[in-house]
Design a protein around this ligand. Structure first.
Ligand code: NAD
Length: 351
């Protein structure tokens, strides 16, 4: 028997292919954008130079100083730049940090075209985030969805192995949370399960063979599917914990997901019924939490939130903040349960 549900689709145009970045000027023409701002992650500088050449006289201003967690003062500065040069659109090249800055500008009405180079999947969600004074605020706004997303797997060949690994785990977290979140629905769940399977198979090959187009293509599509599934199902405990940790302690986003995910999966597993078994199959293990943990270890990721920079007293602080305003979660929790979950993740134990 299918439970009642509500589904709101994600109306994004997707252009995918090896070399798809070369369609960017045509895509801008299609949107009638003639004066765009290019926001590029610093480590994609060569690709950004090539993209600037492709954009030619459509490029009006370039921003290379992307920082993680979208600091409010950076948003203010780049918004002022966009107004000063009369930009009519924004193009982002890079991971979730570049996309996030582009989304912050799109909130004021500038159309966004995203060219993602990690597996963050932000380009497929109407969720924006911004950090000020150690607090990361997030919200939903349809205006921040890119008009067009250009996925070119060749742009991911230069992603370092540990970034590939952590970002892939971030995408896997999107899949798993989409399966158990309050808005989980029968349109998003099959996508999330398929994307989880693809990520678990493709990411280790991407790490071993960074310039192999097959796993790079599969992982990039799966990351988009993961973002789309999460966008329609909504976030829950896992994402709340990650955002509080990221905002308070400036922890690296994807690595934080990777360290925390096995513990949130392990906490929720007893409350998931038959879904726990379907998740385990998707991640190729007898238990999903063990499979996720083993994958992270195999990829060489840091399992300890403490080693990633979370202070010991953060366990109490974060548990209190999240318990004071609890997100929906399949297994009820209180502050003490969060403290023990965070303690295990802080120490980097298995789930
Ligand atoms: P990121 O954008 O900071 O990129 C991670 C690292 O990869 C950086 O050092 C970057 O310079 C490097 N990099 C990116 N592309 C590269 C390339 N092609 N070659 C070499 N290096 C490259 O991090 P991320 O994990 O992609 O995104 C994290 C951010 O995205 C966080 O702020 C998070 O909150 C946000 N996010 C938002 C959503 C959403 O729906 N709103 C979803 C996921 C993530």
């Amino acid at each position: 028997m299918t439970e009642p549900f509500t589904y709101q689709g994600v109306p994004v145009r997707v252009v995918f292919g090896l070399g798809a970045r070369r369609c960017l000027a045509d895509e801008l023409d299609r949107l009638r954008l003639g004066q765009v701002l290019l926001i590029a992650t610093g480590s994609t500088r060569r690709a950004a130079d090539a993209m600037a050449a492709l954009l030619d006289d459509r490029l009006t201003w370039r921003v290379d100083g992307v920082r993680r967690h979208v600091p409010a003062e950076l948003v203010e500065r780049v918004t002022a730049d966009a107004q000063r040069v009369g930009a009519d659109g924004v193009v982002t090249l890079g991971g979730g940090s570049a996309t996030g800055l582009g989304k912050a500008l799109a909130r004021s009405g500038l159309p966004l075209v995203a060219v993602p180079t990690t597996y963050a999947g932000s380009e497929m969600t109407p969720i924006w985030g911004m950090t000020s004074a150690g607090h990361k605020e997030t919200g939903r706004d349809a205006r921040v969805l890119p008009r067009t997303v250009v996925y070119d797997p060749e742009l991911t060949y230069g992603l370092p192995p540990l970034v590939t690994a952590a970002s892939g785990m971030n995408a896997l977290a999107h899949c798993l949370e989409a399966l158990w979140s309050a808005g989980a629905n029968p349109f998003a769940s099959p996508l999330a399960l398929e994307a989880a399977r693809a990520l678990v198979e493709a990411i280790p090959v991407c790490v071993a063979e960074p310039e192999n187009p097959r796993p790079r293509s599969r992982a990039l599509v799966a990351a988009g599917q993961a973002g789309m599934a999460l966008a329609t199902a909504g976030t829950g405990l896992h994402h709340r914990l990650c955002h509080v940790l990221g905002g308070r302690y400036d922890l690296p986003h994807a690595e934080t997901h990777a360290a925390l995910l096995p513990h949130v999966v392990g906490f929720n597993e007893p409350a998931l019924g038959p879904l726990a078994a379907r998740m385990a199959v998707a991640v190729g293990s007898g238990r999903a939490s063990t499979g996720v943990h083993d994958l992270a270890v195999r990829l060489g990721l840091e399992p300890s939130l403490g080693a990633l920079g979370m202070p010991d007293d953060g366990i109490v602080e974060v548990a209190a903040e999240v318990a004071a305003n609890p997100p929906p979660n399949p297994r009820p929790f209180d502050e003490a349960a969060l403290r023990s979950l965070l303690r295990a993740a802080w120490e980097g134990e298995g789930p």
